[in-house]
Every structure is written in C-alpha cells, then in structure tokens.
Write a protein that binds this ligand. Sequence first.
Ligand SMILES: Cc1ncc(COP(=O)(O)O)c(C=O)c1O
Length: 460
Amino acid sequence: MTMLTPGISPQETAGPTTTQGGPSLPQEIRLVTEVPGPRSKELAARRSSAVSAAVGSSMPFFAHAAGGGVVVDVDGNSFADLGSGIAVTTVGNSAPAVVEAVTEQAARFTHTCFMITPYDSYVELAERLAELTPGDFAKKSAFFTSGAEAVENAVKIARAHTGRQAVVVFDHAYHGRTNLTMAMTAKNMPYKNGFGPFAPEVYRAPLSYPFRDGLDGPTAAARAIAVMEKQVGAANLAAIVVEPVQGEGGFIVPAPGFLPAIAAWARENGVVFVADEVQTGVARTGAWFASALEGVEPDLVTIAKGVAGGLPLSAVTGRAEIVDAPVTGGLGGTYGGNPLATAAALAVLRTVEDEGLLERARRIEELLFRRLRALAERDPRVGDVRGRGAMVAVELVKPGTTEPDAALAKKVATEAAQRGVIVLTCGTDGNVLRFLPPLSIGDALLEQAFDVLDGVFAAG
Ligand SMILES: Cc1ncc(COP(=O)(O)O)c(C=O)c1O
C-alpha cells in the first residue's frame, strides 16, 4: 500500500535513493510506503529481540539519511524534521562544515584524552564559549559528553566554590537521567520511576508559568525566593539551576523579570546561579544563549545538544574563579571534550555565524507563531502558544478549560508521523507539542509541514 501526503506525488522506489545526508537531500515530504515501511518493520522486529525495551523511540521508522530539514527513512520516505533529534542538529544534520571538520580530525587522531595529551581545539572551544556566553567577565570551561554530565559538574563546581551542599531546581525541570540529575528532574514517569533512592539536598521551588499561574515575573520570583529562604536557607545553598526556557517540562517561558530577580537574589546571597542551556543554547532561541534575552548573566552555563551538531559534547562555562574552584583533577572524564566533538563544535559555531543562523531562528519564530496562532484561533484545544526562536510549542487542553489533553498531543504526533512530519511531545502532563526544527530548514518545507499539521488537527 502506498500512503500519500496531500499534494505530494507518489514515487515508486524499492528503498532509499541516496546514501548521502546533508543539505543536498531533496527538501520535501515524500511518502512512498506506508509508515513504517517494510524495512523499518524488519528492523523493528530485530530491535525488539536485541535492544532493551526500556529504551523508547517516538518514531516508528528507522533513519537512513538526514539533512537540511528532512529525515529519510530506510524505505525511502522523506519526513519534515520538526524535532532536530531533540534540539541537537540546530545547524542541520550532516552540515557540510561539521562533516569536513570531523573528517579532517578523524584522519589526524580520534582520541588522546585531554587529561593525558591535550590538543588545541579544546582550548579554542573554551575561548569561543567564553566570548559567546552572556557576561563580560573572565570565564573558563570544562568539557564533558552529555547534558546531564554538564549539569552534575556544574553542581560539583558550585559546591566546591561555596562549601555548601543544597541545590534548588524548579517545578517541571528536566536536567537529565543520572542519579543526581534524576533528583533534579521533576517528572517521575518515565525518568525516575523505580530508580530511587535519589541524591539528597535537592529542593524544588515554584516556577513562573504564565499560562497556569497568571503571575508576573517579579511576583513569581518572590514566591520562589520565599521557598528558598524558608525551606532551604541561603547559607546552605550552593546553586540554583534553572532552564531559561524549560525544555522537556513543556517549553515554559517564565514571565519577564522572573529570571533576573532570581539571579539577583542568588548574587546577593553568594549562591551560584546556573543557567541550564542544554536545550536553549547555541542559537536555538535566536540568541547565542537564551539567558541573554532576559538580560541575565549566569555564573555558570551548561551547554550540550546543539553545540556539536550531533557529536557528544557538553560544557560548563562560567566565571573563571568559580570554574577553577575544584582541586586539579577534580573535573574530567575519558571522553570529555573528545577531539572529534570539539572540532565539530568549532564548525557549528562558525556555521551559526557564516549562515546568519541567529537571524534565521528569529525568522522561524515568526513563521511558527503565525501558523500556530492561526491554528489556536480556529481550534479551542490549543490553549497556549509560546516559545522563543526555533523553540516553540502549543499546550493542548480540553476546550474552554486549562485541563491538559495528553491524549490529543499523542494522537497528533502519531498521525503527523504517518503523514510525513516529525513532531515531538513534552510537558509534565504530556500535553505539549513542541517544534524544534533545524535552522537549516527552508520556509517552503516548514509551511508544508504546518499544512500537514493543520490537516491532522482538522481531522479531529
Ligand atoms: C535542559 C536540559 N538539561 C539537561 C538535559 C540532559 O541532557 P542529556 O540528555 O544530553 O544528558 C536535557 C536533555 O533534554 C535538557 O533539555
């Protein structure tokens, strides 16, 4: 059976017609089999015998190539990518500069371990991140592999610097899946369920969530500060860790003034203010880092995902005197700042500049808001449209209420995949559809993807 997307002509093909990814792939939604197709089904059967059932996948098809704004599956179907592998391929999948830098580096050496024999790209990347993160003060960096590892290390650094232990995080926060970051993450299912006991000395404060609390930023900040003062005590508090726009928690944008008030209180009380920019960082929100959009200069910034175009790299970048606090050898890891990943990251940063991708993220924001606000006007199940740059979401509710509708979010994401569009869900209640296209996607493909989504919503 051949599934057709409206307006897209069928192509008979026995499988992928390309072995190359990158921007040279045709930038179109094109379905040539049902989804999943026969090759994906065959791989799914093998997967179910060989891969842990605890590792899930949102999409039912297997990837073959990707680039620009599309992912092509092993059956030759081409999907519009509104997920970027969870906000990672910001400069595009297999972006030419990244491929070239990694290929060149791989041919010279793949690993020495920076803790054994250092190399220049690690140093250069630290210099670049010092320039690009908010704040005109001396900064240093340390590199790791995953976002969770960066968050853990930010806490280690803050504890070493302050001699204090407590950490404050917020409602709906997502910081990772390691033991400490599970404690910091809010949502139980599936991230924490059955995995306790969790790390101690982690406290949760209320976030600013304009759609649900109706509070202005300073009022919401005062509410959070009261919790910190009464339930933790500033003298015990090493760090406040906050996502400038919450990612997995539902793309919640705090009301203006919330983040600056929390950051000011942290400074007054000698608490390290950590912006977890793992999802928001590196051009995703139309700024190099989303903290800058609120005029906040974090003491430490955690960076991962989009920074290295898909190679595993994360960073803690921040005030030099804070990052220097742990004993020498206290930070590190075999693969932290691996040379392939640091080469990729330098190419990513160059690509953002060369291709004007900050500006591109702002243009994408306009397109996403236009399409989603029009949808919200027609469909009362869209309760809120929010986000920044190419990080925008809709919160789905039962019409006329703010009651979350997780079933609808799941249904739309599933149906969109059947029609050739990759869309992810998020939110503590699972009722948020989030849009995170690569900045290399073209307007025509984006419009086409939103035509498909409009059709999915219209169908019920
Ligand atoms: C804000 C934030 N922090 C930390 C993490 C954890 O990153 P990783 O999955 O690379 O460990 C994520 C991942 O989604 C995130 O969005």
